[in-house]
Design a protein around this ligand. Structure first.
Ligand code: SF4
Length: 44
């Protein structure tokens, strides 16, 4: 379960995903956008 207050937006979760092409930097940026209400560049 995702807890926004505990997330530091390091981007590691997306960087480690086997199906998405993110590194920690781009994953961090995408995750911030995703949590902010957008899709964060994810094809959802
Ligand atoms: S960005 Fe992902 S890996 Fe990093 S703290 Fe948040 S949920 Fe965890």
């Amino acid at each position: 379960m995702f807890h926004e207050k505990q997330c530091d937006f390091c981007g590691e979760c997306l960087a480690k995903c086997h199906y998405l092409d993110f590194n920690a930097e781009t994953g961090s940026e995408a995750f911030r956008k995703l949590v902010g209400g957008g899709k964060g560049g994810l094809d959802l």
